[in-house]
Ligand binder design. Structure first.
Ligand SMILES: Nc1ncnc2c1ncn2[C@@H]1O[C@H](COP(=O)(O)OP(=O)(O)OP(=O)(O)O)[C@@H](O)[C@H]1O
Ligand SMILES: [Mg+2]
Length: 267
């Protein structure tokens, strides 16, 4: 991977706090399509960054790169002091990076507890490929995790297909939190939810950040963005065109950045 550190030095002011994660000059092409162009972004503990942009702006591609699902063509990723040469999904998890998607990857026929601990069940005994899971510990751990995200579920073993959209989102967040200690990314987490459930999910996102984890929230809903984020980063045609504290900007400025339409009287 070619380092773009010199570009970053020009475009990014020295951070006052240590970033949990840094993207420096990330570019990505899909054939002839330039999905990302020299994207640099610092993510800090406890900060909720809203990543906005029109359809096709490159938001999900950036999430995939940060979670090791997709490899950048250019640029570097830093996790604290570490800079992996080629980040894999497995490595990203080890660095404490998790993603919660709009289309939740829950197992509908399993209960909330089983979903939260899926693939991460504590092992009581292991000999080569043979292992006996510690089910009581898995259940206690799942209950603790679900309690931490602040939802009350009557039956942790009832299939999650019976839960509401907001409750399912909470289970997905609880599952992400088993591993996440650095960064949680939410890709359109409220797109399919009603008003009340959206409100509850935003509250969960705040709680995640309060644990000192960096949060990236992708949303097309500017009400959500302004309600919950501390910083807004707008992408347009794969480039960062706005990176400002939420309190220092307005909806008009954000929309102008996303669409490329110049404002007449800038606030
Ligand atoms: N696997 C792929 N193969 C080819 N092109 C891709 C692939 N993934 C993304 N792209 C292209 O890269 C660009 C950025 O796509 P991306 O999904 O990151 O946008 P987005 O900002 O998440 O959009 P949306 O708001 O619609 O979800 C688009 O032009 C898209 O068509
Ligand atoms: Mg997307």
């Amino acid at each position: 991977m070619k380092s773009m550190a010199s570009d970053a030095a020009i475009s990014i002011p020295a951070p006052a706090r240590a970033a949990l994660m840094r993207c420096v000059g990330i570019s990505k092409f899909f054939g002839g399509v330039r999905a990302l162009h020299r994207v640099s972004l610092d993510l800090f503990p406890g900060e909720i960054v809203a990543l906005v942009g029109d359809n096709g702006a490159g938001k999900s591609t950036l999430v995939k790169i940060l979670s090791g699902i997709c490899q950048p063509d250019e640029g570097d990723l830093w996790f604290g002091e570490e800079r992996p040469q080629r980040l894999t999904a497995r490595q990203a998890r080890k660095f404490g990076v998790e993603t919660v998607y709009q289309h939740l990857s829950l197992c509908d026929n399993l209960g909330a507890a089983a979903n939260v601990m899926l693939g991460q069940e504590p092992v009581r005994w292991q000999l080569g490929p043979l292992r006996i899971l510690d089910e009581p510990r898995a259940r206690t751990e799942a209950m603790r995790r679900i309690g931490e995200v602040g939802v009350v579920l009557e039956d942790l073993n009832a299939p999650v297909r019976r839960l509401s959209g907001g409750q399912r989102q909470a289970v997905a967040i609880a599952r992400a939190m088993v591993n996440a200690h650095r960064l949680v990314m939410f890709d359109e987490p409220t797109a399919a939810l009603g008003v009340k459930q959206t409100h509850a999910t935003l509250e969960l996102i705040r709680r995640v950040a309060q644990q000192g984890i960096a949060v990236v929230l992708i949303s097309h809903n500017l009400d959500d963005v302004f309600a919950v984020s501390m910083r807004i980063v707008a992408l347009r045609h794969g480039q960062v065109c706005l990176n400002v504290p939420t309190e220092k900007t307005s909806r008009a400025t954000v929309v102008a950045a996303m669409t490329g339409v110049a404002l007449e009287g800038r606030e």
